[in-house]
Design a protein around this ligand. Structure first.
Ligand code: SF4
Length: 367
């Protein structure tokens, strides 16, 4: 597991500070954002990296072998560690916008909290300092609970860094018809909205997300997004609760939501509520792929793209493996001892760090 925090020595920040680390002052010269936000390496010895930040010494501890060049970190006042907001060498960078949420999904990996710390100005600065053509995730909680600030953030980011694109996870409860102008102004090609839909049945969907009326509100939001021409990745976590209903959901998508960019069918993450409800919710699709097969066949026949996220390759029947890219973020991905020597390890996304094999897939073996 890759630690997304770095130990730092006491630094006199009085407010959250976003800094880009540079190994060489010249390395950012072609970059419009370089300059006063950069800290340049002056000394490195046995995991201790000293950077010069506008005349101040910023000391970061990182094991040898970790490349920090171009990383964007956030230093919070009085804290002995810095958040690695953007790892320049990784495609897996996500800003946690808020831990608040208005749903209570049975498989939630990040159960909601009441408190919200607003870091939009810091996130905007991090976007400004990100590598060229970065693709950044925004997640929660529910980011669109702060919809005015989210729109303002995306509009500002489109101005300062039009090359940066975003993937935003949202429960789809907060889009209005009047949002169309703002969505197109931001650039519909620059944002992919990842939105969950768990069942065709409103009752089952509402039960899974723990919110009466959520299905109906979601349909309204999806209509609004469709009218704006927004890009939508529809996400369905496969569980015991909705497994048998997947073909019906697939039929619904073909008929009512053909505008989506992709339908992502996802395996569960064993953390948060997902861990608490694992025994009642985890569906071992390596032992029974039947409903998934029907659902995928139907959408693909309609010309809608389908994908399998977070599925170890050997858990998927061979004809469907090309739909299962490596999607688990590098910092929380692991492989099993039995994966040693597997011919597909390079292409396989493996398992979440918190996966427990004795409660997991029964029908897997090295390819
Ligand atoms: S055995 Fe191979 S395909 Fe299966 S999880 Fe391990 S690396 Fe992936």
């Amino acid at each position: 597991m890759i630690d997304l925090r770095l130990k730092i020595e006491p630094f006199p920040a009085v407010e959250p500070l976003v800094v880009r680390l540079r190994y060489d002052a010249a390395s950012g010269e072609d970059d419009a954002a370089s300059g006063e936000d950069d800290a340049v390496l002056v000394d490195r010895d046995a995991g201790r990296c000293e950077f010069d930040y506008n005349g101040f010494s910023l000391v970061v501890h990182a094991p040898d072998g970790i490349d920090l060049d171009g990383d964007v970190i956030m230093v919070l006042p009085g804290q002995g560690s810095a958040h690695r907001l953007v790892r320049a060498a990784s495609p897996h960078n996500t800003f946690l916008v808020t831990e608040q949420c208005d749903q209570l999904c049975v498989m939630c990996s990040q159960p909601p909290k009441k408190h919200h710390a607003d870091l939009f100005p810091q996130f905007l600065k991090a976007v400004e300092l990100a590598p060229n053509r970065a693709y950044i995730g925004l997640s929660g909680g529910e980011p669109m609970l702060h919809r005015e600030k989210m729109f303002a953030f995306l509009e500002a980011a489109a101005v300062v860094r039009p090359d940066v694109r975003f993937h935003i996870l949202t429960n789809g409860q907060h889009f209005e018809e009047a949002d169309a102008e703002r969505l197109t102004g931001i650039g519909v090609e620059r944002v992919l909205w990842g939105i969950p839909l768990y069942a065709r049945s409103p009752e089952l969907h509402d039960q899974i997300v723990g919110k009466p009326g959520a299905f109906e509100r979601l349909q309204r939001s999806l209509s609004n997004l469709m009218l704006a021409g927004a890009s939508v990745e529809l996400r369905t976590v496969v569980m015991r609760q909705n497994f048998a209903e997947l073909p019906a959901l697939s039929n619904y998508i073909c008929n009512r939501l053909p505008f989506i960019s992709v339908w992502a069918l996802m395996q569960m993450e064993r953390i948060g509520f997902g861990r608490m409800n694992w025994a009642s919710s985890f569906m071992d699709t390596s032992s029974d792929f039947s409903a998934l097969r029907s659902a995928i066949n139907m959408v693909c026949a309609s010309g809608i793209e389908a994908a399998l996220y977070n599925f170890p390759l050997c858990s998927v029947p061979q004809p469907y493996r090309h739909l299962a890219p490596s999607t688990i973020s590098d910092w929380k991905r692991k492989y099993l001892g039995s994966c040693e020597g597997c011919s597909s390890r390079e292409a396989c996304g493996g398992f979440f760090e918190w996966y427990k094999h004795d409660e997991g897939f029964r029908g897997i073996s090295p390819l």
